[in-house]
Design a protein around this ligand. Structure first.
Ligand SMILES: [Zn+2]
Length: 401
């Protein structure tokens, strides 16, 4: 069965090769457009509504804008408990150094599989209700062989993009035996993780006593690579450090945060633009009241950018990609078009996926409708629930979206 989605006031395809589209801002824009999608979500046709072919069903979005579903390429959704108290303390002036992660580790270890699964699924549906389709999920609150395996197994129930983050922080019980913990991560933990995970990640942060040094991060990433996992890095979040250059050197798909970069870091990312994406997570700076990364400088240098939420209970408990887009425009100097591109095609690139993040024939991006005439409203109307993942299984109503 196929569905014709028509009445699209503005369609941002993100397809740079589409005939007849406006490519001025890199969005591949069409107006008065239509898309035909099959039941597997695969795009069969894209073009002007007036030229649309027949399909089995018809959905009219009545002039709304449609964009590729957002790709949230950095989340930590498998956790129990929250850290509202830590947030309130931070807003009263307490600095963040990564230490609160152990609070979540304790709560997560105490939760049953059923509790964790229910919390995870509720968070995923919260994301879908705000226009996200594909999302990446990291482990990192188990920090034991069984705890990490459980988190990865649960994450795998809801996404293919599963990341092993045993190298999140050193757990309290091994704080005085860091080398033993790194050995555990690259040994028995990695052995079970590789069954469930596509990626390995590490919190490379010399400015936190709880996270990992450049040498430790290299050991973990090289072991992950040898086990067949793709590489991702939490780097340069709390201060300048080796994360960006380590990620570029090892060919990581993404270095995430990039909040404190030297000119040499920016040059390294620009030189690696076909390999390594810089994923910016401005919800973290918002939630920790920290300086934002210089996205304008990165974009001007030609770095490939992604935006993601980093949804986690400590440093950004928001699941909203529209909120992240608004921050990227208002606080980091990206244009609305650049921010949309980073939240869709850029994030897909950071997952080395060309089948999502772009509305083109053969791809399966998911369609997100905006209750607005253009994508600019994502940043122009912050906090307003405009974006929704179009569910083609729902019965059609007069106006869909
Ligand atoms: Zn993170």
């Amino acid at each position: 069965m196929t569905t014709l989605v028509t009445g699209i006031g503005e369609l941002a395809t993100l397809d740079g090769t589409l005939d007849g589209a406006d490519h001025a801002e890199g969005l591949g824009l069409l107006h008065d457009a239509a898309v035909v999608v099959d039941d597997a979500g695969e795009v069969r046709w894209v073009g002007p509504a007036s030229a649309a072919p027949a399909a089995d069903r018809r959905r009219d979005v009545c002039g709304r804008a449609v964009v590729p579903a957002f790709v949230d390429s950095h989340t930590h959704l498998v956790f129990a408990g929250d850290r509202a108290g830590e947030f309130a303390a931070r807003m009263s002036g307490t600095a963040y150094d990564g230490g609160g992660i152990s609070t979540t580790v304790t709560a997560t270890r105490e939760a049953s599989d059923e509790e964790l699964r229910a919390l995870l699924r509720a968070r995923v549906s919260e994301m879908r209700s705000q226009g996200t389709n594909v999302l990446e999920i990291k482990s990192g609150y188990g920090l034991s062989v069984d705890g990490e395996a459980r988190a990865l197994r649960l994450a795998r129930e809801v996404t293919d993009e599963v990341t092993f983050l045993g190298g999140h922080v050193v757990p309290r019980e091994l704080a005085s035996r860091r080398d033993d913990y790194v050995d555990l991560v690259i040994g028995p933990m990695l052995e079970v993780a590789r069954e469930h995970a596509r990626w390995i990640d590490v919190f490379c942060e010399p400015h936190s006593a709880h996270a990992f040094t450049g040498d430790e991060a290299r050991t973990i990433l090289e072991a992950g690579r040898a086990a067949g996992l793709g590489l991702r890095v939490h780097g340069n979040q709390l201060g300048p450090g080796p994360g960006v250059r380590l990620g570029v050197e090892l060919g990581a798909a993404s270095v995430d945060h990039c909040s404190h970069l030297t000119a040499a870091d920016v040059d390294a990312l620009a030189g690696a633009r076909d390999t390594t994406v810089a994923t910016l997570l401005p919800g973290v700076e918002f939630s920790t009241r920290s300086p934002y990364p210089d996205a304008r400088a990165l974009a001007d240098a030609g770095v490939c950018l992604a935006l993601a939420t980093d949804c986690n209970p400590g440093t950004c408990y928001s699941s909203s990609m529209p909120f992240v887009i608004a921050l990227a425009v208002r606080e980091m100097g990206l244009t609305p078009a650049e921010a949309l591109r980073a939240a869709t095609k850029g994030a897909a690139t950071s997952l080395r996926r060309s089948d999502i993040g772009t509305i083109r024939v053969g791809a399966r991006p998911g369609l997100t409708t905006l209750d607005a005439p253009s994508h600019v409203h994502l940043a122009y109307r912050p906090g307003v629930p405009l974006a929704r993942l179009l569910d083609l299984t729902e019965p059609a109503s007069g106006c869909d979206g």
